[in-house]
Write a protein that binds this ligand. Structure first.
Ligand code: FPP
Length: 258
């Protein structure tokens, strides 16, 4: 199924998150350096962003660099940072024209200075251009991101609030914690896709993915294009999301009610 018109337009996930895995294996299986896999992976990013917008998805979160990825060879880390910066530069006009707003999650303050300044410029420009647009789309890049690190930072923030008397520990709610996460203001992901054949979350959106539908595919990220996204969306549309209720309750309330 490669035709987006075959999808139910009333049941498109608002927020899709993707663990883009398999770049290295894609390259080494072709006797190419790993970085070539990342380069082709950046092409997949472009295609998937366009396809996601076309399908009616509103937020796309991509796991581009984890808190653990610093352990990779320095050359690979440097190449990934350069790719990211080039992507932001080369895609900015496309983003501005199409109402794509860039946002990030993760400790971006630890990224190299030239990546940080490019991120700042692209976020400012795309934020301004997307303002007020009904078709605005958020591209949320997880950079130096780890779910545990994010939760720990949120806990520290809440603890500080309790210590200075602004918050009461016994009154804290899930909403209070969610508001301290990097994703504050964004709806939770409805669908979480992982490419590359592994079936784990790898420290990605640990809090936010509580009710996400999980979709695993053996396709390596550099091969993941429009058709693969539509297959994932089709799989999503075949599932019944119950959020703790019974199937009968969900059927009587309609599929989108939570
Ligand atoms: C995982 O594959 C992928 C990454 C750690 C980096 C993802 C980066 C990109 C897709 C390109 C740049 C990003 C943007 C947003 C332009 P892996 O290297 O772990 O693959 P392997 O498991 O096969 O080794």
């Amino acid at each position: 199924m490669h035709n987006p018109s075959e999808l139910d337009p009333h049941n498109i996930p608002g927020h899709v998150a993707i663990i883009m895995d398999g770049n290295g294996r894609w390259a080494t299986s072709r006797k190419l350096p790993r970085i070539v896999g990342h380069k082709v992976g950046a092409e997949s990013v472009k295609k998937v962003v366009a396809a996601a917008r076309q399908a009616g998805i509103k937020v796309l979160t991509l796991y581009a660099f984890s808190t653990e990825n610093w352990k990779r060879p320095e050359l690979e880390v440097r190449a990934l940072m350069a790719l990211l910066k080039n992507y932001l530069k080369s895609e900015e006009s496309e983003m501005l024209a199409n109402g794509i707003r860039l946002r990030t999650i993760g400790r971006t303050d630890k990224l190299p200075a030239e990546v940080r300044s490019q991120l700042r410029v692209t976020m400012e420009n795309t934020g301004r251009a997307a303002e007020g647009r009904e078709d605005a789309f958020t591209l949320n890049l997880a950079l130096n991101y780890g779910g545990r690190d994010e939760l720990l930072r949120a806990c520290r923030q809440l603890a500080r609030g309790c210590a200075d008397g602004a918050l009461q520990a016994d009154d804290l709610s899930e909403k209070d914690l969610a508001n301290c996460l990097d994703t504050a203001g964004l709806a939770d992901p409805d669908l979480l896709i992982r490419t590359g054949g592994e079936r784990r979350l790898s420290n990605f959106l640990l809090w936010q993915a509580s009710y996400a539908e999980l979709y695993f595919t053996d396709a390596m990220w550099p091969d993941f294009r429009e058709a693969h996204l539509f297959e994932a969306l089709q799989s999503f549309q075949q599932r019944q999301r119950r959020f703790g209720r019974t199937g009968e309750q969900v059927e009587s309330r309609g599929p989108r009610s939570r």
